[in-house]
Design a protein around this ligand. Structure first.
Ligand SMILES: Nc1ncnc2c1ncn2[C@@H]1O[C@H](COP(=O)(O)OP(=O)(O)OP(=O)(O)O)[C@@H](O)[C@H]1O
Ligand SMILES: [Mg+2]
Length: 307
């Protein structure tokens, strides 16, 4: 059974396309590109070992000589092939947590493990789409999309055709040779999303990937992501401010408090897959949405009172 699982994973990882890497903005990985994908296939690993385990992460930043606690004792898990979301008030440390997982920021306390291996402070282990689409201005859209594959040694010509197919699917056909400044914010966001999707790492961190999109495009992208994920499961940790989006896409949602961010609630989303948009009319969906919205309102009110 284990053997066939590994064979399936190999197929999945070969088929999978993906995009930006956590260290793209800050230079190449000092580890030379540690790959959780290869860890997933290593002899010691098994299906039960989570793709990501964050344990007891705390972080303070110094601002004007004062230490401001941003994250406090955050522990969470993403199992293999699981889609997990984080929701929480603005400024509660969600993006900071992604920077810590991606190895861009060192925590004051706590550890990050991927596929069972400690990777705290190590870069290059995740496919990461930052909150601000960080496209390289001197590269065309197509060359931005294939960058993470290229960094892993693929020839441009090899991945170009695949990239073009994805660019067309994301509604960016005709913009392959355009440069980022020629695209709207929402189009840049879709290109950055494709780059993350095409990256070879198994764990994807998506930081509000659809926030700059109009409602219709956002719902199209959600549907697209849902289909893609159902057909070709990656392990995903997803930050969103949209409770409906989190409920539609995730198997589990972590609800963060206001700053310093701690986990207030963990919600298991009970709906079977494949999921479709109609599910948003289901009474249980509406009940969960009301409950989560209530928690978020409370936290937002407390955060507002702190400012
Ligand atoms: N490098 C840094 N130096 C100092 N303070 C920082 C740094 N990075 C983040 N912060 C502070 O940490 C807090 C959390 O920021 P973060 O970007 O993680 O929040 P967030 O939950 O992602 O918010 P949003 O939902 O608005 O994106 C903020 O108060 C921010 O000012
Ligand atoms: Mg953020």
């Amino acid at each position: 059974m284990e053997k066939s699982y590994r064979r399936r994973r190999l197929k999945l990882t070969r088929k999978t396309i993906s995009s930006s890497e956590g260290d793209l903005e800050e230079g190449p990985s000092p580890s030379g590109g540690h790959s959780p994908v290869s860890d997933a296939l290593s002899p010691g690993s098994d299906r039960e070992t989570p793709a990501l385990e964050v344990s007891g992460i705390s972080k303070s930043f110094s601002q004007r000589g004062r230490g401001i606690p941003v994250l406090e004792q955050v522990s969470l898990t993403v199992k293999r092939q699981e889609f997990v979301s984080i929701v929480g008030p603005s400024g509660c440390g969600k993006s900071t947590l992604f920077h810590i997982i991606g190895g861009l920021v060192k925590p004051d306390a706590g550890t990050v493990r991927m596929n069972g291996a400690p990777v705290t402070g190590q870069r290059g282990s995740v496919s990461y789409m930052p909150q601000q689409p960080a496209l390289f201005p001197w590269r065309s859209i197509e060359d931005n999309v294939i960058l993470s594959r290229e960094l892993r040694g693929a020839a441009r010509s090899e991945v170009r055709e695949e990239a073009r197919r994805w660019i067309a699917k994301a509604g960016l056909g005709g913009f392959e040779k355009a440069y980022p400044h020629m695209l709207s914010g929402g189009m840049q966001q879709r290109a950055a999303f494709l780059r993350a999707l095409l990256a070879p790492q198994e764990l994807m961190l998506l930081d509000e990937p659809f926030s700059a999109l109009d409602a219709l495009t956002r719902s199209e992208m959600q549907r697209w992501l849902l289909e893609l994920w159902e057909e070709n499961r990656r392990s995903v940790l997803f930050i969103t401010h949209s409770i409906e989006e989190a409920l539609l896409l995730s198997s589990r949602i972590y609800v963060f408090s206001g700053r310093p961010g701690t986990i207030l609630h963990t919600v298991d989303v009970p709906f079977p897959r494949p999921r479709r948009e109609e599910m948003t009319e289901n009474p249980e969906f509406l009940r969960l949405k009301r409950q989560l919205s209530g928690w978020m309102r409370e936290e937002q009110a407390k955060s507002g009172a702190l400012r």
